[in-house]
Design a protein around this ligand. Structure first.
Ligand SMILES: Cc1cc2nc3c(=O)[nH]c(=O)nc-3n(C[C@H](O)[C@H](O)[C@H](O)COP(=O)(O)OP(=O)(O)OC[C@H]3O[C@@H](n4cnc5c(N)ncnc54)[C@H](O)[C@@H]3O)c2cc1C
Ligand code: FES
Length: 354
């Protein structure tokens, strides 16, 4: 059964010159399946210029708004983001899978959360902040938001509106790299040094329950290092990677990847059924599956979104990269199928494992 549903776009808003937000109508019969936690994303799929294109987009609406909306920023040369900005509007239909993702926050416990976001990385943050402030009168949020100029800030008015509506509970600091502001600390890129200074000055670990990082690879890595250096425990840091641009290229397959010379037999358990695949030595499981007509649940294929998460029940695989599984998940035997190459002649992967 396909996990995608054809949903109609009911509203399109131009958020900035290079970004739009799109709201979907969710039929009554799909309400439960499309219920979401703030911070989760949708996987969308379209055929563009004859090629199937699948991407993840975070939900930007809040739980109090009774809508399902995503926001897409145009990427230079980007296939789907160009299509979404140029061709999608009210009345168009798109294949959409149910919400997924673990970039979520505990709501209702009077927490203070701090967020570091760059560019479109503010999308899930807006959903969390909006939902948090509306649902929990004791909660507070501090957002450090990096952009080039004021004109490129997504959801600027929505954030101002939230500040006015929840006086004293939301602080927003715009960090601009190509426009000068009065406070020097807010001029430049949201890099590790600046994140370190900002968190010490405004959101120290003694006053913040958890930190959220969302954006491209460089900002997330810089931010994580700065937070750890400031003494924040890893369990209080959450991150969502939007693009691997700037990440070191995965190491070429090593001897460990070619431990057996023949084909591996890989059994994939999905929705209670077992599908048997033959995977050539050193090949990626997801590519072999595709070639053999079996679809492994996936979205980014880059180790970021976790849609392809499964548990190794038998044998072993090696992952090229992992940007989304947490250390406890690795220890418990979870892997990302989009990054996995069999290490043993027989492997069993369970996609139904919770
Ligand atoms: C969990 C998750 C949530 C996401 N949420 C959002 C969201 O809410 N809003 C949003 O706009 N995007 C979001 N993204 C990114 C989105 O999924 C796409 O990767 C992005 O829109 C580019 O797709 P494309 O088809 O236009 O570009 P592609 O055709 O896939 O890529 C074109 C070129 O652009 C580069 N590239 C891809 N993404 C980026 C990027 N973000 N920055 C710079 N260069 C890039 C590629 O390496 C490639 O060289 C999210 C990604 C993940 C994994
Ligand atoms: S498909 Fe996104 S991590 Fe594998």
């Amino acid at each position: 059964m396909s996990r995608f549903h054809s949903l109609t776009i009911v509203d399109r808003r131009q958020e900035t010159a290079d970004s739009v937000s799109l709201a979907f109508a969710v039929p009554e019969a799909l309400r439960e399946e499309f219920a979401y936690q703030p911070g989760q994303y949708l996987t969308v799929q379209a055929t563009i210029d004859g090629e199937e294109c699948r991407r993840s987009y975070s939900i930007c609406s809040g739980l109090d708004e009774n809508e399902l909306r995503i926001a897409v920023r145009r990427i230079e040369g980007g296939r789907f983001s160009r299509f979404a900005n140029d061709a999608l509007g009210a009345g168009a239909r798109l294949d959409v899978a149910a919400p997924e993702g673990r970039f979520t926050a505990e709501i209702g416990a009077g927490r203070h959360y701090a967020f570091f976001a760059a560019g479109s990385g503010v999308t899930p943050v807006l959903s969390i902040v909006r939902s948090l402030l509306a649902a929990d009168a004791g909660a507070r949020a501090t957002l450090f938001y990096g952009n080039r100029t004021t004109a490129s800030i997504m959801f600027r008015e929505a954030l101002e509106d939230l500040k006015d509506r929840h006086l004293g509970r939301l602080a927003v600091f715009h960090v601009l790299s190509r426009e000068s502001q009065e406070i020097d600390l807010l001029n430049g890129r949201l890099d590790g040094a600046r994140i370190g200074l900002l968190l010490r000055a405004v959101a120290p670990p003694t006053e913040v329950d958890a930190y959220f990082l969302c954006g491209p690879f460089g900002m997330i890595e810089d931010g994580r290092r700065a937070l750890l250096a400031a003494g924040v425990e890893p369990s209080r840091i959450k991150a969502e990677l939007f693009s691997t641009g700037g990440a070191p290229a995965p190491a070429p397959p090593t001897a460990a990847h070619v431990a057996h010379d023949g084909e591996a037999q890989v059994d994939c358990i999905l929705e209670g059924r077992t599908h048997r695949l033959s995977v050539a030595a050193n090949a990626l499981v997801i590519e072999a599956a595709h070639a053999q007509g079996f679809e492994i649940p996936h979205s980014c294929k880059g180790g970021m979104c976790c849609t392809c998460r499964c548990r190794v029940l038998e044998g072993a695989v090696a992952m090229d990269v992992n940007y989304s599984l947490e250390p406890w998940e690795i220890e418990a035997g979870y892997v990302l199928a989009c990054q996995s190459r069999p290490l043993t002649p027989k492997v069993t992967l369970d996609f139904d494992a919770a």
